[in-house]
Ligand binder design. Structure first.
Ligand SMILES: Cc1ncc(C[n+]2csc(CCOP(=O)(O)OP(=O)(O)O)c2C)c(N)n1
Length: 319
């Protein structure tokens, strides 16, 4: 049984992510957002199901597709939106953009433009937690493509050998850029790789927030209790192009529409909670309306904020 507060928080997180991403897509395509951006639409249940098990001072490490992780961990929508719009009120004063959002105050250690760049950082955070004898845990999100990078194997081995409190969360969305996962990955279930590093590996339906939540709950509880790391593979599907503006010549619109109709994590949630009579349609509608309003307010804040002054170009630059 899930508490009412948890159910509400799950839907708040998923609707915030969905509306945030739809807004970014619209304004990016209108030419109002500089740089590059990747959307998390259709994968909301993964970040939400994991982060609902984490405390504020637990850590996460994210990816190039990181807005959903930031939102699920409690980052502020208006500062995220401002950063993506390149405004001075953003998390990196408008100089980092979509792939460089971090908020240490909520344990969000950073999005990462380097595919596979998050494992060692999260494993380092978990090592720090162990050495300082805190009960913090770290979770690192990564794609199926990223699971083939050497850094995965190095970090997983160290975490396994030293029993570090880190959860490796694979978002298997079947695509790595333009490449189908099956053509580049030796195993069908990436969770099987956990066996090589003496940690549990579990595969769940990543479009079902309850399946993700339940599996992550056990892993987080065990990691906190000193039982070491785990690998959670969430099977999902990348609904949008690899980046906003991707012509998507490598798959058909029909395939995507079919998959989204069958697997939309928000619809899955609504169906389950109304069938079980855990929440009413009116409660869901009120949460949707509030999340949409929050995103509108964040957009308004970003649009009204100033761009960084050119004299700031080299400020905060480390090289
Ligand atoms: C080290 C490195 N190699 C290549 C790239 C270019 N690149 C960006 S995203 C991406 C695909 C990542 O696929 P996956 O890990 O499955 O994540 P998804 O995009 O599906 O969420 C690639 C190859 C990069 N950013 N960093």
């Amino acid at each position: 049984m899930y508490s009412k507060e948890l159910l509400r928080n799950m839907f708040i997180s998923m609707t915030r992510i969905r509306y945030f991403e739809e807004t970014i897509e619209k304004h990016f395509l209108a030419g109002e957002i500089p740089g590059f951006t990747h959307l998390y639409i259709g994968e909301e249940a993964v970040a939400t199901g994991v982060c609902q098990n984490l405390a504020n001072n637990d850590f996460i490490e994210s990816t190039h597709r990181g807005h959903g992780h930031c939102i699920a961990k409690g980052a502020e929508l208006h500062r995220m939106m401002a950063e993506i719009f390149g405004k001075v009120t953003g998390y990196c004063k408008g100089k980092g953009g979509s792939m460089h959002i971090a908020d240490f105050s909520v344990g969000m250690l950073g999005a990462n433009g380097v595919v596979g760049g998050g494992y060692t950082l999260a494993t380092g955070a978990a090592l720090a937690a162990k050495l300082t004898e805190s009960d913090q845990v770290a979770a690192v999100f990564f794609g199926d493509g990223a699971s083939n990078r050497g850094t995965f194997h190095e970090a997983a081995n160290m975490a396994g050998a030293w029993k570090l409190p880190v959860i490796f969360v694979c978002e298997n969305n079947e695509w790595a850029s333009t490449t189908p996962t099956a053509t580049t990955t030796a195993v069908t279930d990436i969770a099987k790789r956990a066996a090589g590093y003496a940690m549990p590996g579990v595969t769940v339906d990543g479009n079902d927030v309850f399946a993700v939540y339940d599996a992550a709950k056990k892993m987080v509880t065990d990691a906190r209790a000193g039982k070491g790391p785990a690998l959670l593979e969430c099977k999902t599907y990348r609904i949008k192009g690899h980046f906003v503006g991707d012509p998507e010549k490598y798959r058909t619109k029909e395939e995507v529409q079919k998959r989204f109709a069958a697997s939309d994590p928000l619809k899955n949630f609504e169906t389950r909670v109304t069938n079980e009579k855990w929440m009413t349609k009116a409660e869901l509608e009120a949460i949707r309306a509030n999340s949409a309003k929050e995103v509108e307010e964040a957009l308004d804040f970003a649009k009204k904020s100033a761009s960084p002054d050119p004299s700031e170009l080299y400020t905060d630059l480390y090289s």
